[in-house]
Design a binder for this molecule. Sequence first.
Ligand SMILES: [Zn+2]
Length: 178
Amino acid sequence: MTEEKPRPRLRPTLESPAEAPAREPEMPKIVLPYLLDFLPREKDGETRLARFFARLREGRLSTTRCTKDDLLLWPPRTVCPRCHTEELVWVDLPETGTIYAFSAVLAGAPLGMEGSVPYAVGLVDLDGAPLRLFGRIEGRPWNELAIGQSIEVEPYEVPDGRVFYRFRVGGGPSATGP
Ligand SMILES: [Zn+2]
């Protein structure tokens, strides 16, 4: 994992009306109603974690680490939940891991994901980092997955222009699958 210098403090999100510069409201290009949207807002101004998504767009899965008590945080934070410092650094995470547990979505998929059914989701232990991440698992049909299988972290572009990560089981499509 590589470290970077601490991120400069961001402006407070809320500005008093007197200080707030006049600007055109920017309409987000979101198709889904906000409360039904399973993916987070990503842009600077929408989240203080925009850097996570910018790095993901570069192919880097990363998170924050507290410099005070050397705590690796997931998901990335702007404040350490243990000591409440904002002195966090961004660190890259391993790109490989193993499946800890998984399940399949066979029905009742969230809005916008109906076309992907059936699909697998699961918990993945990253290699060399004490983190267990949740996400979608691709690369094989759900009924060919197994606990302990190796995965690679795969950043991908969401059709609406956002970016997110998922896991891909190695070995490509199974030759014995249906
Ligand atoms: Zn801390």
